[in-house]
Write a protein that binds this ligand. Structure first.
Ligand SMILES: Cc1cc2nc3c(=O)[nH]c(=O)nc-3n(C[C@H](O)[C@H](O)[C@H](O)COP(=O)(O)OP(=O)(O)OC[C@H]3O[C@@H](n4cnc5c(N)ncnc54)[C@H](O)[C@@H]3O)c2cc1C
Length: 427
């Protein structure tokens, strides 16, 4: 029987891996490659804050897994992994009920010879009371759309009632996601004001960014933290560092001293963990964030037939550096690239190669206002150049999925569409 490779999770890492393995092993008939995902379409996760702000329409940007599978010689199975039986080499996909048809689908099993788990991460509320009930997370397109619709409804309601007080938004987490979301929301509000022929609408949006640590973007050089903070404040965003959120209720967020920050909309972007179903799944080793412990080859520590990559894997940085690989799209991409080679070597009976994290830098976009980046070692860039590199990250991901020709055509199509679509999704 042909060797069966099953990849669970078609995100930044998993979809690139399925696409490349489809060509390397699926097309020549050396292995069957199957991708499993709980959704029917892929969107690159670093775009979610743009979806939430309405500056990017998920419907025009998402990629159909079924179509990608057809074009790239792999098979797509829609389903949500819920269990694993390593002895029988099967994964279990959860039962589900159709929202529109009411049709019931029982749990089903899918066999593998090599399994790659690439299910990403979800927001980590660290058990803080009230957060799960009252805050919106930014883990999926559905949640990003939820935030967008939430703000749009509030806006429509206020306009209808003639309410002119500020809409209070609190974002928890001064990492890249929180910072970029604040900037996008404010920028989108300006565009909204423009659509409604109002004067700049800043006074209608009161955004507060809360960070428990002493500065924003702790993983980046101090100069960038300072520059980003100054820019956000110039934009009219309140930045509060050294402020740990201890609980939330319907009226807002409470700090360690019990002081309430009254908020209409609360977003939690303060850390990530792997999905809970991975916790010690069928005896595999996991850490306290439920990430699967992997060797530098990306094989899980207790089963050489099960690999993990991206945010759901606890992988040593390699090259003598301490700590684990950070949860970043660039790491998921690098690991997918290594696994293409390693899974070929595995079929050829050759030894596998080790992964070593290569830090290609970090870029932070403050919507149309500014951008910052740390590239080429510790070189700090800002402004147009940083914006250019930031935009090129997504184009590189598209290139891995579509190839350079189709990516260039998409680039052209996007440029044309920019003049024919509204700047903001208002429906
Ligand atoms: C707003 C935002 C901005 C970001 N900006 C950056 C940035 O600028 N640069 C950067 O490097 N990183 C950034 N990141 C982090 C980056 O998005 C992640 O590190 C990256 O997407 C991880 O890739 P992955 O393949 O591990 O998982 P993901 O891309 O999250 O994909 C996981 C996939 O698994 C599927 N899945 C989940 N559970 C199951 C299940 N049980 N069964 C089947 N399928 C399942 C999901 O549907 C999804 O398709 C950002 C993240 C966010 C939220």
């Amino acid at each position: 029987m042909m060797h069966r490779i099953v990849i669970v999770g078609g995100g930044a890492g998993g979809l690139e891996l399925a696409t490349r393995l489809g060509h390397a092993l699926g097309k020549p008939g050396r292995a069957s490659v199957t991708l499993v995902d709980g959704n029917l379409t892929h969107i690159w996760k670093p775009l979610l804050h743009e979806v939430a702000a309405g500056v990017l329409d998920a419907a025009t940007e998402e990629l159909s897994y079924a179509a990608q599978a057809r074009w790239n010689h792999f098979r797509f199975v829609a389903g949500r992994m819920a269990g694993l039986d390593r002895a029988r080499r099967v994964i279990r996909l959860a039962a589900w009920r159709g929202e529109h048809s009411g049709v019931q689908t029982p749990a089903v099993e899918l066999g593998y010879d090599t399994l790659v788990i690439a299910v990403g991460s979800i927001g980590n509320d660290f058990g803080t009371p009230g957060i799960a009930e009252h805050c919106i997370f930014l883990d999926s397109v559905a949640q990003a759309e939820d935030l967008r619709q939430n703000m749009l409804e509030r806006h429509i309601s206020r306009v209808a009632q003639g309410i002119d007080t500020a809409l209070r938004i609190a974002v928890v987490g001064g990492g890249a996601t929180g910072v970029e979301l604040c900037a996008e929301l404010l920028d989108a509000n300006r565009t909204l004001a423009h659509y409604q022929s109002r004067k700049e609408g800043l006074e209608h949006l009161d955004i507060t960014l809360l960070e428990a640590g002493p500065r924003l973007l702790p993983a980046l050089p101090e100069r960038i933290s300072r520059g980003v903070r100054e820019n956000l404040q110039q934009m009219g965003i309140t930045v509060r560092t050294a402020t740990a959120v201890k609980h939330a209720d319907a009226s807002g967020l409470y700090d360690a001293g019990g002081k309430l920050l009254p908020s209409d909309v609360m977003v939690w972007a303060a850390g990530v963990r792997a999905p809970a179903f991975l916790r010690e799944i069928d005896g595999l080793e996991t850490n306290r964030n439920d990430q699967l412990a992997v060797l530098p080859t990306l094989q899980t520590t207790r089963d050489p037939d099960v690999f993990a990559l991206g945010d759901c894997a606890a992988c040593p940085r390699g090259g003598g550096a301490s700590g684990n690989v950070p949860a970043l799209a660039q790491a998921a991409h690098q690991q997918a690239t290594l696994l293409v080679g390693n899974l070929r070597r595995r079929l050829d009976g050759k030894p596998l190669q080790d992964y070593r994290f290569q830090d290609r830098g970090t870029l932070i976009s403050l919507a149309s206002y500014n951008a910052f980046g740390k590239l080429f070692g510790n070189r700090v860039i800002e402004g147009r150049l940083a914006h250019f590199f930031y935009a090129s990250l997504y184009r590189m991901h598209q290139s891995a999925l579509y190839g350079p020709w189709r990516t260039s055509r998409k680039l052209l199509g996007d440029a044309i569409a920019r003049n024919t679509r509204p700047l903001l999704k208002l429906h």
